[in-house]
Design a protein around this ligand. Sequence first.
Ligand SMILES: Cc1cc2nc3c(=O)[nH]c(=O)nc-3n(C[C@H](O)[C@H](O)[C@H](O)COP(=O)(O)OP(=O)(O)OC[C@H]3O[C@@H](n4cnc5c(N)ncnc54)[C@H](O)[C@@H]3O)c2cc1C
Ligand code: SF4
Length: 470
Amino acid sequence: MAKGGPRNPMPKLPPEVRIRSFDEVALGFSEEQAIDEAERCLDCKNKPCVSGCPVNIDIPGFIKLIREGDPVAAARVIKRTNALPAICGRVCPQKEQCEKVCVLSKKGEAVAIGALERFAADREAELGSSGEQFRPENPELSKYSVAVVGSGPAGLTAASDLARMGYSVTIFEALHKTGGVLRYGIPEFRLPRHILDREVEYVRSLGVKILTDVVIGKAVGVKDLLREGFEAVFIGTGAGTPKFLGIPGENLSGIYSGNEWLTRINLMRAHESDYATPIKVPKRACVIGAGNTAMDCARTALRLGAREVTIVYRRGRAEMPARAEEIENAEEEGVKFQLLTNPKRFLGDQRGAVRAIECLKMELGEPDESGRRRPIPVPGSEFQIECDIVIVALGQNPNPLIRMTTPELKTEPWGGIIIDPRTGMTSIPGVFAGGDVVTGEATVIAAMGAGKVAAAGINNFIREKHNLDR
Ligand SMILES: Cc1cc2nc3c(=O)[nH]c(=O)nc-3n(C[C@H](O)[C@H](O)[C@H](O)COP(=O)(O)OP(=O)(O)OC[C@H]3O[C@@H](n4cnc5c(N)ncnc54)[C@H](O)[C@@H]3O)c2cc1C
Ligand code: SF4
């Protein structure tokens, strides 16, 4: 392929096959496709793609190694700044980040940076270890311990950066499994669990200790960790408390939050016959919202056997916040989109189960504070959509536990922890935070970027406290 030629499409399972299982939809590039795609890269001197990446991966550097036929070395370059490349290659919104600023996107299609990142990470795993023996930058630092609360992308990244520097790091995770949203939120057909397990194992291989089933903020609080000898604490507890519409009928049976719906399936395996987790198998499902969570809920409902799944969204197509690729996948699989529509109330049957949503048509006005055009109800436009389950996927706020048990921690009125954005430090010296618990639901790579900022902040904090050289 000539430099700058057409982009290689990602091979995918056909829609009629994929909706019958939870198998991964995107199949990844073959070696030939990867090299061909890597040849499209212009190796730009000013590297705009690197500044478009929240963790500043040396994108042209790793692409060049793929082009030269050395994906293992390419993976090594990525892992210098990103401990979770196979995950990011699969779930990052590249079209809004590195690929958006790729020079090729000005005239045609950007280099498929995400697909190449995934290829390098998967090939490295297939070919066995990179042969690179992990050595911390400064083994002397191992006498200083850091506690990381939460094993989502923010916690895993803060932990791996600190372990690389040489610190002794322990992650405390409330659930029985690691990964946060990567495990309980994002379904296997987008992120297979063996990929997640592999990258968590990589973080462990850097010397990070991971303790599951430990909820910080109950028997042990954040400040107890400091008292017990941890030099610093990183809070990466995410945003797991669902938002609801607050409209009549929301307590009817058959109405789930997106989080509950996905957790029952992804973590508690409700779709597998040898698990007792209850779930209502829908005939007609409605999903409220159009973010990644909404797409995942809709596509999961199809795989559970729903005959009809409809996304109900109050704005238009251009405003849908989900990854473009997942919207396309949902459409290919037969998910319907009822746009410019807002639920007004839920209607139930005699047994208290949801049977329909009464909706209002909307039109778009001027942009609001989010920059998206504001939806305005059309008076008298009420209509009903019949359904036997509703999944409300409107985003999440941070869980209040740590905030309630750590009164010195300054938080926003909506619950987000307030930090110094340069260091990640909270209002408590030695306590840092990052990811969704600070921003509200955002992206995997933004959480990872925040984990990196906090790891650097923690390093400076410990060095200053102990008068260590930099
Ligand atoms: C369904 C869904 C799909 C998504 N799809 C995408 C996507 O395709 N691309 C993308 O970039 N982003 C996506 N996102 C957003 C992305 O997953 C999040 O922004 C990201 O996971 C946030 O990372 P985090 O580490 O801050 O928090 P989380 O991933 O939420 O991890 C927090 C962890 O902390 C643990 N925890 C919480 N409280 C405590 C406590 N008190 N003690 C100990 N542990 C605790 C939790 O159990 C959890 O494991 C999606 C989100 C959802 C819900
Ligand atoms: S901007 Fe695009 S073409 Fe230029 S180096 Fe980055 S990936 Fe390659």
